[in-house]
Design a protein around this ligand. Sequence first.
Ligand SMILES: [Zn+2]
Length: 131
Amino acid sequence: MDPNVKAILDKAKATAVIAAERAGKMADAATKKAGDMASITKLNLQIFELNSDIDGVYKEIGQIVYQAHIGNEGRTVELDDKFAQVDERMAKIAEVKETIAHTKTTVECPGCGRECSKEDAFCSKCGHKLA
Ligand SMILES: [Zn+2]
């Protein structure tokens, strides 16, 4: 493999591990403020838009990696910024998904898998105790 490209991929791997840890912490914080939430449709749209943003940044990263591959290293410094842009949106997506999970009004029965109301203490189909 091209040494320039390998260096970039190693860097990307290291950044991804940090991003995953950070996203986990942010999701914890999001759980606490899940009280004031918009509709699930709006939240899903937000995730869609964030993913579109990420696709755009991935494309830019691809171009930078290709530039490095053909020996033009001038743009590689921009990668940190691009990775940060992806990390930021990944963390936001984790946060929004967490909010959606807490917005759901149904809970899956651990006994039979039926979607029961969060208000119910027991499953209406199999009688299993709901958490
Ligand atoms: Zn059940």
